[in-house]
Design a protein around this ligand. Structure first.
Ligand code: PLP
Length: 221
């Protein structure tokens, strides 16, 4: 299958999930996760109409943003954990950051951001997994309040990457929990769902789904 065909198939699945949930597809941003994929694959997806792309690694984001600067209206979503010395690349190139979980990184991002505020999702560790990034639900309020004081960041919602699901339904309680947390905190955007479970995520209210493999095929290693 070509990338254009894969994109059409994923879009159809997004639409069907929206219909089941009584939502419209325009409420859901499909973030095409292009990490480790060549620039040519991004160009192909862009030509087929994709505009939102997700990258995990800051230097890769920097390099691809430079190489693809001519693609008008392309939005880069930084979706992976960020080290302090690489904040500058995200501050410069990204439209939004989905993995904010440390005030120190937020401060650095805000200090280095020029122009429009960077839209940020606070990442929540829902499965209480020691090895995963994200703040515990009980730490959300403090982080939110501190980030809200920074001039160049705007908290728009919550993000989570739940424990790897054996079936898509395994993720449902986690997605539901994230939606409830967002409601409690007065946040409307929800970045949740990958190739493994994006339809369930949409049924549970996702506004941003991060889909890589279903669009680009297996990642090169
Ligand atoms: C890689 C990645 C994705 C996409 O995963 P796929 O299984 O390829 O759809 C989504 N979110 C995050 C945070 C990722 O690192």
């Amino acid at each position: 299958m070509t990338i254009a065909e894969r994109l059409a198939a994923v879009r159809a699945r997004v639409e069907a999930a929206c219909q089941r949930a009584g939502r419209t597809a325009s409420e859901v941003t499909l973030v095409a996760v292009s990490k480790l994929q060549p620039a040519a694959a991004i160009q192909e997806a862009y030509a087929a109409g994709a505009r939102d792309f997700g990258e995990n690694y800051a230097q890769e984001l920097r390099d691809k943003a430079a190489a693809l600067a001519a693609l008008d209206g392309l939005r880069w979503h930084a979706i992976g954990p960020l080290q302090r010395n690489k904040v500058k690349y995200v501050a410069k190139a990204a439209h939004s950051f989905h993995a904010l979980d440390r005030l120190e990184i937020a401060q650095e991002l805000s200090a280095r951001r020029a122009g429009a505020a960077l839209s940020c999702f606070l990442e929540v560790n829902l499965g209480d997994e020691a090895a995963k990034s994200g703040v515990a639900p009980g730490e959300l309020r403090a982080l939110r309040e501190a980030v809200d004081r920074l001039p160049s960041l705007k908290v728009v919602g919550l993000m989570a990457l739940p424990p790897w699901p054996k079936t898509p339904e395994d993720s449902r309680p986690h997605f539901r929990r994230l939606r409830e947390l967002a409601q409690q905190h007065g946040l409307t955007a929800l970045s949740m769902g990958t190739t493994a479970d994006f339809e369930v995520a949409i049924e549970e209210g996702a506004t941003h789904v991060r889909v890589g493999t279903a669009l680009f095929g297996e990642r090169p290693t």
